[in-house]
Design a protein around this ligand. Structure first.
Ligand code: ADP
Ligand code: ZN
Length: 614
């Protein structure tokens, strides 16, 4: 393609339809979900509130109207890293975009203002403080602003889960620019937060576009937390070379997990708020550029991570609520390719989280947080579809089996657990409700521990009645008995086990108790193997591994030279597509999702060269 004058390019853009831009600029053939409708709505001059899960494709919803509309689109984002990434990706497509924040030089900023003046710039990313500063706002009033995009719009609301005071000032935008459409976007807002965003930003003829929160490409699994490290090592072994995050509750465990992985020969780094800013920045950059594949992090790691090819997220500990959990796993598979989420949980996690909440002086806060923690625990120990649970939690009431969670893929087998329940209950009663889970299991399994003998528990009638059942089996069963309400944990009394009003009927054999069968380590591995087969089926079938390696190494070199993350050149999905379809002509290339004319011109020859050379 010959070089075209930029003004001409802009002129052509303005006359293109949204479909043409999608194909010619972004290289995609179809809109996803609500994207098309949102773009039409905004282009007609209306405001919009867009609720779309992470990876759903929010950016195109304002980028395409920005390219079609006349003038400059202003996009507000809370994080410099996010803005830099967006600008780098747009520049790859020859779209004139820039960002103004505290870290840019005077020379850069002079150039940006010159580009605004000459009408070259189509998208400008700014921080909320910058946008609402007196000088800048006045300056904009004299410019032709085509639209405002407010990314991470939940930050404007105290009902949201990441309130930022600097976002509140944005409420003055509507007054200053009564005729400019505002599009607010977020991946996390319950009903109350949505209403608050509309009110705070004073959105006028607005429409709320709510996409389903289901992340179909993420396979969701939850396991009990015994031998977590061993399970994690096994997991990582079966995902060679893939990028992933292990979320931990404490700083110490991030370091411990990273060390254990390194000791097994995997490349891993720890990340937490206690590290110095330089180290944090380096870990984040190394992860972003695929130099480090695994990061073991506290939840401090995430907001700034806009990496589309994170293939898995593991929770080493259970998170404190479903909002947090879902946001964290949502960082996986943003490119739409298959990804995995694996959650570990134990009573230990539950009790630790509960202690954090108990330490809060605010009673109202405590009640809400405890209820959220309970829901999280129910999720972690559920025996039915986990996706259903999450979607219902967010108010998307459905009752379908999702087909991509462990309980759908391998429905648990149920057993008659009445006798086990009676054994456990009778142990609790005979010890006068004075023991916690572990000690109860020791009694049932006839342990010789000193504590048991000194307290005379070896004389009880229940001592040893459950010795044929492994410790892990018992843990699995008793957890379910607690979830079913026939046993209660008393947190006010050292987490000792107590009976409940539902216990009596079980002891009297008036009701039958169903429990899910425990899955042993060996069986779990077997399941993993089967799950792998499923994954392959939805993946590209005939990838040429050596070609893929050559393409990736070419991409890495190019990314280093241009100082951009590799996926900005081509994302993994596009690279996989090339390695399986082996395009040998420009026509073959342009047919691939993620390759438009600009990338064809920039990289087409190099790709064909790699594909055709041996
Ligand atoms: P979000 O901001 O909602 O988390 P992004 O806007 O970053 O998501 O989009 C996630 C990924 O999906 C990006 O790699 C983007 O290029 C890709 N994408 C967005 N829309 C489409 C589409 N219509 N077809 C194919 N890929 C798309
Ligand atoms: Zn399911």
């Amino acid at each position: 393609m010959a070089y075209i004058n930029h003004r001409l390019f802009l002129l052509i853009l303005g006359s293109m339809t949204k479909h043409t831009i999608l194909k010619k600029v972004f290289g995609y053939s179809e809109f996803r979900g609500n994207q098309g409708a949102i773009i039409d709505h905004v282009l007609a001059g209306n405001d919009a509130l867009v609720i779309m899960p992470t990876g759903g494709g929010k950016s195109l919803c304002y980028q395409i109207p920005a390219l079609i509309g006349e003038g400059l689109a202003i996009i507000v984002s809370p994080l410099i890293a996010l803005m830099n990434d967006q600008v780098a990706a747009l520049k790859q497509l020859d779209v004139e975009a820039a960002t103004i924040h505290s870290n840019i030089s005077d020379t850069e900023s002079r150039q940006i203002f010159a580009d605004i003046q000459s009408g070259e710039l189509k998208l400008l990313y700014v921080s909320p403080e910058k946008l609402m500063s007196d000088g800048f706002l006045k300056y904009l009033l004299n410019q032709n602003v085509s639209l405002f995009g407010i990314d991470e719009a939940h930050c404007v609301s105290i009902w949201g889960n990441d309130f930022r005071p600097e976002y509140v000032k944005l409420s003055a935008l509507r007054n200053s620019f009564p005729a400019v459409p505002i599009i607010a976007l977020t991946a996390t807002a319950d009903h109350a937060t949505q209403q608050d965003i509309i009110r705070q930003l004073d959105l006028g003829k607005t429409k709320t576009f709510l996409s389903s929160f289901e992340r179909k490409n993420i396979t969701t699994r939850a396991k009990s937390g015994q031998k977590r490290m061993e399970q994690i090592v096994n997991f990582v072994k079966t995902h060679p070379g893939e990028s992933g995050i292990v979320y931990c509750l404490s700083r110490k465990s991030t370091e411990k997990v990273a060390e254990s992985l390194e000791a097994k020969g995997f490349q891993a780094a720890a990340y937490h708020a206690g590290l110095d800013p330089m180290t944090r920045r380096r870990v984040q950059d190394d992860f972003q550029t695929d130099t480090v594949k695994i990061v073991c992090a506290t939840i401090a790691f995430g907001m700034g991570i806009d990496k589309p090819n994170i293939r898995w997220v593991i929770h080493y500990n259970m998170p404190k609520n479903i909002e947090g959990y879902y946001q964290e796993i949502g960082r996986a598979g943003r490119d739409g390719d298959p990804a995995e989420a694996l959650l570990f949980s134990s009573w230990g996690d539950f009790i630790q989280l509960k202690r954090f909440i108990d330490d809060s002086p605010n009673e109202g806060f405590k009640v809400v947080q405890l209820a959220k923690l309970d829901r999280m625990w129910q999720f972690a120990t559920a025996s039915s579809c986990r996706t259903n649970m999450v979607l219902n939690y967010f108010g998307e009431f459905i009752n379908n089996n999702c087909g991509h969670c462990d309980n759908c893929l391998h429905p648990p087998k149920f057993i008659d657990g009445t006798v086990f329940s009676q054994m456990a209950l009778s142990g609790i009663i005979r010890t006068r409700e004075e023991v916690g889970i572990n000690l109860l299991i020791d009694i049932l399994r006839a342990s010789y521990k000193q504590e048991i003998r000194s307290r005379g528990y070896d004389q009880l009638k229940t001592y040893g009645v459950g010795r044929n059942i492994s410790f892990q089996h018992w843990q699995h069963y008793i957890t379910q008995m607690i979830n079913q309400g026939i046993i209660r944990i008393d947190y006010t009394d050292h987490s000792k086990l107590k009976t409940t009003p539902l216990s009596g009927p079980v002891l009297k054999k008036e009701v039958m108790i169903q429990l899910t069968e425990f899955v042993s380590h060996k069986e779990q591995k077997e399941r993993e193997k089967n799950a792998k087969k499923i994954k392959k089926e939805v993946n590209f079938s005939n990838i040429d591994a050596s070609l893929l390696a050559r393409l990736k190494s070419w991409r890495t070199q190019l990314a280093r030279a241009q100082k951009v993350p590799p996926y900005v050149i081509f994302n993994d999905r596009t690279i996989n597509f090339i390695a399986s379809s082996k395009p040998t002509s420009p026509d073959d290339l342009i047919a691939i999702d993620g390759i438009g004319p600009v990338k064809l011109e920039r990289y087409g020859d190099a790709v064909i060269e790699i594909v055709t050379s041996k």
